[in-house]
Design a protein around this ligand. Sequence first.
Ligand code: ADP
Ligand code: GN1
Ligand code: MG
Length: 367
Amino acid sequence: MLRPDGELLGRFNFEGKIKSIEVNNSGHINGTYLLTYETDGGRTVKYIFQRINTTVFTRPVELMENINKVTEYIRRRAEEEGKDPARSTLSIVRTKDGMLYTVDADGEYWRAYDFIDGCTAYQMVEKPHDFYNAGVALGIFQKTLADYPSDQLTETIKNFHNTPVRYDDFRRAVREDLSGRRGSVQEEIAFFDARKDFYGIVTDGIADGRIPLRVTHNDTKLNNVLMDSQTDEVVCLIDMDTVMPGSALYDFGDSIRFGTNTAAEDEPDLDKVHFNIDLYREYTNGYLSEMKDKLTPDEIRLLPESAILMTLECGMRFLGDHLNGDVYFSIHRPGQNLDRARTQIKLAYEMERDIDKMRSITKAASE
Ligand code: ADP
Ligand code: GN1
Ligand code: MG
């Protein structure tokens, strides 16, 4: 991974002198570093420093403008409500010439945030009630942004959660088979093909006006939620790269996809991977405690299906990337994208099995 050098760091408004640079490998897309600085007075100040993956985010300038607008808006609302603005959302650290990012000699885009201290971004749910709180956090996020004019945001990745388009991309990956791996994943390919009539459930609703476009996060997995390490209270959602107009169902479904898994997203031993319906209940209760009066009946009805949809979509993206030769999601070992795809298949399968229970839970939570 490219390492930031002193000249690059020197372009930003950081306080004090650099003490250490640590790599954070938890995300699949950007390069993330934790910077520790020390001021003349001996105070430690930490920052998150990131190289924006411009293969994925081809419009980094608009992306940073989106993040700036949305975080400023959330911070203002937090101030009005007497909440701590520094913990209400990400705070961009600008460059010394007032920019939201800088471009290095190789054309790489870099940006910085204040590090929100004393928090954990969990890779898995440890205590069920934390997942309830994560649901509340998404509800508050969507509610706060409900009045934000979504036409002020650029759709930085077109069709990000357009599942039929994702399926077309997946079929292209199968056809092209750039990695020569197709023969070994026939069963997995068949799993996604068998469900192709399902993929339009949200996009069809958006097209005919039943499902509204809202300002959504679009990448709500649990490790994009900061929790206070002492109190377990949710602090805020981070990783705002994909904040765009979208459906509330994308955010809900993606949270369920990641958080209800009893194992890691890339667990190779599928016997450990299960859909935990009790965690579905926790999240749904938390989310709907904030959003039940805001969502339309169609949105509420589709919440269980959205979990299956987002799981299938992510699964086919992982399998497509495995077939393309691992060009999109970072991998740290061979076969990791295939393992990721298989966990999603197992989860989707178990969600389908449990769909009636998910519907009853959702109905009860919405009354
Ligand atoms: P990616 O897009 O690659 O997932 P993220 O923006 O989610 O990158 O950052 C990766 C990890 O870095 C997060 O899961 C979290 O642990 C940590 N992190 C990112 N931003 C902050 C922040 N402002 N304060 C504290 N931790 C952060
Ligand atoms: C990526 O950036 P990160 O790791 O938070 C991906 C999401 C996937 C997720 C799967 C921009 O998220 O869409 O759901 O991996 N982000 C992008 O873990 O493609
Ligand atoms: Mg992330």
